[in-house]
Design a protein around this ligand. Structure first.
Ligand code: FMN
Length: 188
């Protein structure tokens, strides 16, 4: 698939055919991620890969932690967790993406930008490989205890997202067209 075709056809897709993904397919997406631009070559992205077995273990961990499920909004937490429970069992992999924070706010913005570019690379590589993907920022993944469970250090790393990967079930939902360029571009 050429680059423009991958960019155009990548869609948030939350319906997966249950099954595993060969680790090499996930690694190909991660390897593509690491070619993102990075100022001073700091390569601030960090990825934790959860395969089906890890997703099952993480789900059991969170299920026993009402404090994580109810964070930051106890009123909405249980319903959101129940919805996740319907989707997660079919999922092949989650890549938890973080970036290494920098004490200098300007540099930290750059590091966040670089790691976000890496996530987009990952999504495009997944699309090119025929995989469905979904960038989730559901708070249960962002909770410091979830980050720790995945081996990330929440004191040093910021949460970027939990990237769901798997074999698609059906077509992705249609999304509205993007706003016209004239509304978003200033020609100076
Ligand atoms: C940083 C980021 C976080 C996102 N978090 C969520 C999320 O938690 N839940 C969700 O349904 N979609 C989430 N999305 C996906 C957007 O809703 C989606 O990209 C948007 O609807 C456009 O659809 P498309 O990805 O198919 O172009 C997130 C996207 C980004 C960039």
């Amino acid at each position: 698939m050429d680059t423009l075709a991958a960019i155009r056809s990548r869609r948030t897709h939350k319906a997966f055919t249950p099954g595993d993904l060969a680790p090499e397919r996930i690694d190909r997406c991660l390897e593509a991620a690491t070619w993102a631009p990075t100022h001073r070559m700091t390569q601030p992205w960090r990825f934790a890969v959860l395969d089906r077995s890890a997703i099952t273990r993480w789900t059991a961990f969170v299920a026993g932690r009402p404090d994580i499920i109810g964070w930051p909004d106890p009123a909405k937490g249980a319903a959101k967790w129940a919805k996740l429970g319907e989707r997660l069992p079919g999922l092949a992999a989650i890549v938890l993406a973080t970036w290494v924070r920098d004490a200098d706010p300007g540099v930290d913005l750059e590091e966040h930008a670089a790691a976000s570019a890496a996530v987009q690379n990952l999504l495009l590589a997944a699309t090119a490989d025929g995989l469905a993907s979904f960038w989730s920022t559901n708070a249960v993944f962002a909770h410091p205890e979830s980050l720790r469970w995945c081996g990330a250090d929440p004191a040093r790393e910021g949460f970027l997202g939990a990237i769901w990967l798997g074999v698609p079930a059906g077509d992705p939902p249609a999304v509205p067209a993007r706003r016209p360029l004239s509304e978003r571009v200033r020609r100076v």
